[in-house]
Design a protein around this ligand. Structure first.
Ligand code: GSN
Length: 210
């Protein structure tokens, strides 16, 4: 056993890219589910312990970490999937920051302004996604990963965000052949594909059900 424990709500949310990374790297982990109602009723001690009062929390034995992107980078370094040299690592960080920027907009849409903001969001989405299509095109003509010849933590993060967008806007990638091929290639990786078919993955909604 790895000794990893991922504490989060029973949704994909900000924990799912971590789960994609762990499963693709062939690592097992324990899930510690916090019920959303208990959390907001003030019944969870972990809210007080959490450095920024939020989840996910990730434990590697006695070592405790918060912030989903820091957890991704920690695991990226641990499994040698955060760049082969300083510049490659910086490019992976840069792309991951771009994923985070879009994730913030996506979260705002989902949680704060879905009814009022969906149309505008969908209209602007090609502008947002085209940056990632261009990044792929510049690395081996879009036949590999976001950066370099090896998968990185940013690839899992982008995959998760694209899957979330496809759920809301099923045709949003129709003009982005490289992003489509990227999804097909990454999701076909044997261990990841096994996880994507698992009950554990499929019982978790993308965001909390209303
Ligand atoms: O990436 C991160 O882990 C942080 N920058 C954000 C964490 C976060 O927003 N956690 C939310 C659940 S995920 N999305 O909305 C959270 O813990 N909400 C409960 C609360 O009391 O804020």
């Amino acid at each position: 056993m790895s000794g990893f424990v991922l504490t989060y709500f029973p949704v994909r949310g900000r924990a799912e890219a971590i789960r994609l990374l762990l499963s693709d790297q062939g690592v097992s982990w324990k899930e510690d589910e916090v019920q959303i109602a208990d959390w907001f009723a003030g019944k969870c001690d972990i809210k007080k312990q959490a450095v920024f009062g939020q989840l996910p929390q990730f434990k590697d034995g006695e070592f405790v970490l918060y912030q989903s992107n820091s957890i991704l980078r920690y695991l990226g370094r641990k499994y040698g999937i955060s760049g082969g040299n300083n510049q490659e690592s910086a490019l992976i960080d840069m792309v991951n920051d771009g994923v985070e920027d879009l994730r913030m907009k996506y979260s705002r849409l989902l949680f704060l302004e879905f009814e009022t903001g969906k149309e505008k969001y969908e209209k602007d989405l090609p502008n947002q996604l085209s940056a990632f299509e261009k990044i792929l095109s510049k690395n081996s003509n879009g036949t590999k990963f976001l950066v370099g010849d090896k998968i990185s933590y940013a690839d899992y993060n982008l995959l998760d965000l694209l899957q979330g967008h496809l759920n809301l806007f099923p045709t949003c990638l129709s003009t982005f052949p490289l992003l489509n091929a990227f999804i097909d290639r990454i999701t076909a990786r044997p261990k990841l594909s096994e996880y994507l078919k698992s009950e554990a993955r499929n019982k978790r909604p993308i965001v909390p059900k209303k």
